[in-house]
Design a protein around this ligand. Structure first.
Ligand code: CO
Length: 132
């Protein structure tokens, strides 16, 4: 069902500073930077070789990432798995009793269809499926 870990999402307070950190510490390359007013965040996708890191910073304090940062501070926000058929992946997740945040796939910030699964049914980890 999943083809691998597609990326790991990390909530950060300062996006520019974090991009510089991942560049200098890991040699990661900035692939794409995008802002979502719907989700109230700005994201930077960094290449780390086989997988990506998605750095997320809130654009408003009352956005989900803004609340996450206020409550828990910077750190791991979500794990994203690549899937070849996202509709099938969501059907299987539903069948396994997972609670879907996005019952239908939606367009993500890097041009691929995505859907989120609630952390409470995935061992406390916000989980994302990405159509690959
Ligand atoms: Co993501």
């Amino acid at each position: 069902m999943v083809t691998g870990i597609h990326h790991v999402g990390i909530a950060v307070a300062d996006l520019d500073e974090s991009i510089d950190l991942y560049r200098s510490a890991l040699g990661a390359e900035l692939l794409h930077r995008a802002r979502s007013d719907r989700d109230g965040l700005e994201a930077a996708f960094m290449s780390t070789g086989a997988g990506e890191v998605e750095l997320l910073s809130p654009t408003t304090e009352d956005s989900p990432v803004g609340k996450f940062l206020a409550r828990r501070g910077p750190g791991l926000h979500h794990v994203a798995y690549g899937v070849t058929d996202i509709a099938q992946a969501l059907d299987e997740a539903r069948g396994a009793g997972l609670e879907l945040i996005d019952p239908e796939p939606r367009m993500g910030m890097h041009g691929a269809m995505i859907a989120f699964v609630h952390p409470k049914t995935m061992g406390g980890v916000l989980t994302e499926f990405v159509q690959t």
